[in-house]
Every structure is written in C-alpha cells, then in structure tokens.
Design a protein around this ligand. Sequence first.
Ligand code: TYD
Ligand code: MG
Length: 455
Amino acid sequence: MAKSKTAFFCTNCGAQSPRWMGRCTACGEWNTFVEEVVEKHDSRKMGSGNSFKTESKPRLIHEVDMTSVKRLHAGSEELNRVLGGGIVPGALMLLGGEPGIGKSTLMLQVAMQMQDRKVLYVSGEESDMQLSMRASRLGYKHPACYVLTETSTETIFSHIGNIKPDVVVIDSVQTLTTDHVDSTAGSVAQIRESAASFQRYAKESGTPVFIIGHITKEGSLAGPKLLEHMVDAVLQFEGDHNNMYRVLRATKNRFGSTSELGIYEMRENGLREVPNPSELLLSRRDDAVSGVTVSATIEGLRPLLIETQALVSSAAYGTPQRSATGFDLRRMNMLLAVLEKRCGFRIAAKDVFLNVTGGLKVSDPAIDLGVISAVLSSNEDMPVGEKTCFAGEVGLTGEVRPVTHIEQRISEAGKLGFEEIFVSRHNLKGLEKKNFGIRVHPVTRIDQVFSLLFG
Ligand code: TYD
Ligand code: MG
C-alpha cells in the first residue's frame, strides 16, 4: 500500500516544510509546526469549479467596465457600513469570533434579510431543522433561502451548481473537508484547500461568499494566518458574553476602510442593530467622578476606547505607594515625574493607584495623556467631562507627541458618542479640514491640556 505523504505546516502562517522546525522561517514563530497528511494533487482541479470558469484575458485598466459592478445591500445597515457600503460581487469575506458570540445568528439574520436574493446557508454545525427553527423564532420569512447541512466541499459545490445562489454563507470553515487533502476537518491543510476553492468560486462566478471562522483563545482566527490573506475582508464579531453588546469591525477590507464599526445588541429574539452607540458607554457612568478618563487606544489593528481610573491620596506613611493595574508601573512613575517636574504639581508625597478597567493590559503609548489627566483629575478632585477623551503620548519634556492611526481613533471616539478629543497638534497635519463629527483639540504640551480641562 502506498504510504500517505505527510508534511509539516506552521499553524500561524501556514508555511509548509518537509521537516519539523522549532521556529518557522516564514513568520518567526516558535513551536508552531504540526504534521499533517497531504496528498499530492493538482490544486487547479479543485472545487469542481471548472464550470464557473470564464476565459481570462488581459485588459487595459481604464477600459474595465466598473459601472456594471453594483454592491448588494447586506440586509443589515451596520454590516453594510462595515463592508464599506454593501457586498461587492465576488467578494470572499471571513467572519471571525469566539464560540457563542453570535456569528451564526448574525449570518442567518443577514441571509434572511436579503429578501430579493437567492441565499444558500451551508452549516456543518447545525441541522436544517435547527436553522429553520431559529429563523422562525427570530421572526423571519424568506422566499428563497436554502439551508444545507453538509461538510464536504465537493458536495457543496455540486449543490451550488444546481441552485445557483446569489449569496453563499459557510458556517464554519473549520467543519469543511475536501477529498483532495487527506487530513481531518479543521486542520491547516483542509482549511486552506477548502477556503481556496471558495475563493476561486467567488472570483469566477461573481458570487459573494461569507465564511464563518472560529477564534482561538489567544484571539486570532483559528487556522493559518494564510486564511486572512486569501479573503477580501476579515470581519471580527466581538463582545463580552456577560454584556449584551456586540461589535462588528473589519480588520481587513479590500473594498472599504477598516475604521468603521457596527454595533449590535443581543436580545432574546436575535441581534438588534444599535444605531446610536453612545448609549453603550453613557449608561455605565451615572455622574461624573474625578479620576476617570477615557483614552482612544489601538489594540492590534483595532481601535478601542479604554477607561482609566486613578486615585491619588496623601501618603499615610513615609514612602508613598504606587500601584498600576493594566499599565506599566515604570511608565506611570515616569509620567508622575514629568507631572512633578514640568508642571509643578506636587505628587511626590502622595499614594497613586491606577487601574485600567475591563481587565485589559494596555501597552499603547497613546493612553499616556489619559493617564496623566486621570491622575490630575483625582489630585484636584475635579471630574473630567464624561464625553471627553484623549489620544496622545507624553514625552519627558511634557510635550504631547503624535500617535499612530489618529483618524481611526478620532472616528471611533466620534462613533461612540464622545464630543471632544485631545490629540497632539502634530497629528493633525493634513486633517485640518476633515470633519469627524467630534471636536478635536490640538495640543502641544500637557499644561495646555490641563488649563483647557480644569481652567
Ligand atoms: P450563535 O449565533 O449560535 O453563536 P456562534 O455561531 O458565534 O457560536 O449564538 C449563540 C448565543 O446567542 C447563544 O449563547 C444564545 C444567544 N442568543 C440570544 O441571546 N438570542 C437569540 O435570539 C439567539 C438566536 C441567540
Ligand atoms: Mg455557530
């Protein structure tokens, strides 16, 4: 019997190697190689996709007819905006999120809301009956939404050939298997091959395809990073299980910006769009208290508004206590020294406690300005307005330094209902005329911020 051929794959980037390696030469990650069975095959034969093939020929870029490309309305306003104004025909989109966050619910709702389109919802996780029950419980009726419980990529394509849907949803990529690869569902090789055949199908037939993907504990999409390179858009659905709000954002989008976000609320009858997201933050703070500020930070590629709390009190004993949760203690001490030296505030004899709420650890230097303002607000016992936020790094001379992705931070703050944001003046070059729907205070030094805040 012929021995099946194996190869080693990096679980991080999908690089292939005939031998096991401790460190991936492609992405530099340690200990990510796993052995998987592969079979030599001609990948061009995949996906029974030949029937979708149209003859290709090079064309001049300005002669390509774009007027025929019409984005489809995604059914959900929030999703529509996140995608950059609708679904582009032939786009392959990946929706990632933790288990139980509501990915299946979102895609089923989107499918059911596209009333004038023929939709095929393929699930490898739920039966037709479960899907139909969920759809009717959510109160939807659709004249042409097909459900299919199937995990074999080849069988799915033969059904696609018969039904000829306008939109395809695959729930989830980890359940797909293809005969061309001889390893289990969810393995790197299976995910890559199955996704590749959907990529070809989407491009050749012009049908948009949504693929749902699970997320690992570390927060990255399970399966190779390669999957993120293959698709046109990566959407992340996130939120706290104890919290009913869910945020949808694009971390990659070939057809639009990645600074838009969509906000949903999980109700007992499905997801509801939240058109006015400021309700999300405002409900949590009843009245303004001193020592609390909000900073617009970036986590990876994602903008995130983070609350910092500071408590400054007179030291009861000789040596003042300094403690920071979720923020580097040395950096806090440095910021306190800057406050003392450059602004003349006497903090040396005070206890300072700092807490980043939500259990987050922040390493983004843009939080500096928010931290310093929280400390000062607590020290003076004067609250900072609850619709004020900050994004700026603080240097040793007390200058406010520019930070990366400023447009994303400002528009996120505006979207979340903040009314003013303090940023470095140097950050606003070229953006002076842009309207973010939020008041932007350009500042150069921290004393300037304080006089604007506390008069
Ligand atoms: P689901 O879409 O199955 O999650 P995923 O596909 O991301 O794993 O959503 C599951 C959760 O959503 C489940 O824990 C219950 C909750 N939920 C509601 O609160 N209301 C609803 O109407 C629905 C359908 C689900
Ligand atoms: Mg699901």
